[in-house]
Design a protein around this ligand. Structure first.
Ligand code: LLP
Length: 421
């Protein structure tokens, strides 16, 4: 359920006409709906309301401060993977006690910053990381709370570039080394073992891989306890997919996911932690763009729009599908056309879709790329010296620019020409 819909022939985000945002802020621009963020978070939280649960929103999906603050108000925690994300989460009002730190390459300064803040837990992914964390904690006169991210070797669908739970991936502690990793952690003075963590992939569209992995880790938790380790939390990671509108795959709703997870973990006596990203943010945002030219090719029609792969890289990187709709509602008996919708960058990869049947459009028309609230702005760049795409947050009939489009002078100011050039 998302709050982007046609009203009186125009697309609105909640009660704000996208045309008004385009007129005031310009295009391309990301537009987020507060109500959709709230709804997704609440649906997820409600699925676990009778269990002690921490929902640590995965900041990487959409790290805008206004988004984080919106979720903080609802009680969200944060899953962070860098010092930058840690500072964002704290700045947005997410308490350190609700922050988990993931990632395969945490550096010493990052460990120090997280220990100083007093985060909930480090999800540790290797023995060298464990040893370093212990040293850093001891040097600060403290102990680091740790869960190992275990790699349950489960195939979890999704695109090859975002699958993480197989033995061949770089993530987590290899299944055969998990017991010895916990034994080593128990021996280290700077470490306090608190739990177990997993994350098996992203855009997962069936419950089966979750079921296999949770059962495997459940058995592991019993084993670890028998060996005397204290396991109080089980972090199940993120990964639940969302509908992107291509009808090929319909991921299970959070309620079904919740029912399954609750059933499988009923006797585990653990606090559940989740790290959902896409599920919260994906359908909460659109990329609003204007058609610059409609161009006829040899054998096809192109819509050249003012958004490009630097603003939204998912189609180029993962062959991702994003539903496209015009901002002006197609009237009755509208004509359609098969289009390649492309950006202005000089790379064939700067293509959002090929041969998609869409209502006919012309230069100056506005359109949206749906389901771009997650991994859209967060993965944008200034390639081609295109200023970082701005972000707008809507709430009811209000909207605010929550990240400005940088001016060209600002971009250039960060660079310098040495006097010996
Ligand atoms: N926890 C960890 C440790 C992760 O690595 C991720 C995502 C998440 C949680 C959140 O997963 P989600 O619930 O969003 O599936 N850029 C790609 C997705 C990369 C996912 C990376 N890790 C895309 O646009 O599809």
């Amino acid at each position: 359920m998302r709050h982007f819909h046609y009203k009186d022939g125009e697309m609105y985000a909640e009660d704000v006409a996208l045309r008004d945002i385009a007129a005031k802020v310009g295009t391309p621009v990301y537009v987020y709906s507060t109500a959709t963020f709230q709804r997704h978070f609440t649906v997820f939280a409600n699925a676990f309301k009778d269990r002690t649960t921490l929902i640590a929103y995965s900041v990487k999906a959409n790290s805008n401060l206004a988004v984080l603050a919106t979720l903080a108000k609802l009680g969200a925690g944060a899953d962070v993977v860098s010092q930058g994300e840690l500072v964002r989460a704290l700045t947005a009002g997410i308490p350190a006690s609700k922050i988990v730190f993931s990632g395969v390459g945490k550096t010493e300064p990052e460990m120090r910053a997280a220990l100083e803040a007093g985060i909930r837990v480090f999800n540790v992914e290797s023995l060298p990381e464990l040893e370093r964390l212990s040293d850093v904690a001891l040097s600060m006169g403290t102990r680091a709370p740790v869960a190992f991210r275990v790699n349950p070797d489960v195939s979890a669908g999704g695109h090859e570039k975002i699958s993480t739970g197989k033995a061949e991936n770089k993530f987590g502690i290899a299944w055969s080394s998990v017991q010895s990793a916990y034994a080593r952690a128990a021996a280290l003075k700077g470490i306090e073992i608190v739990g177990v963590d997993m994350h098996i992939g992203s855009q997962i569209d069936s419950l089966a891989p979750f079921e296999v992995a949770i059962e495997k880790v459940g058995a592991l938790i019993s084993d670890l306890r028998k060996k005397g380790h204290t396991i109080t939390s089980f972090d199940i990671g993120g990964g639940l997919g969302i509908p992107y509108g291509d009808n090929s795959k319909t991921p299970p709703p959070p309620s079904e996911y919740g029912a399954l997870v609750k059933k499988l973990t009923a006797d585990m006596d653990v606090e559940l932690i989740f790290e959902p990203g896409r599920m919260i943010a994906g359908n909460s945002g659109v990329l609003l763009s204007e058609v610059v030219y409609a161009k006829s090719g040899e054998d096809r029609e192109f819509l050249i729009i003012d958004a490009a792969m630097n603003d939204l890289i998912r189609p180029a990187l993962y062959e991702a599908y994003h539903e496209i709709e015009p901002v002006r509602a197609p009237g009755r008996n509208f004509k359609t056309q098969r289009y390649d919708v492309v950006g202005p960058i000089c790379e064939s990869g700067d293509t959002f879709t090929k041969r998609r049947e869409l209502p006919q459009m012309a230069a100056g028309d506005l359109l949206v790329l749906h389901s771009t609230g997650a991994y859209g702005a967060a993965q944008s760049s200034q390639y081609n010296t295109r200023p970082l795409v701005p972000e707008v947050l809507v709430s009811g009939d209000r909207f605010a620019v929550v990240r400005e489009r940088p001016k060209l002078e600002e971009i250039l100011r960060a660079e310098s020409i040495p006097d010996w050039v």
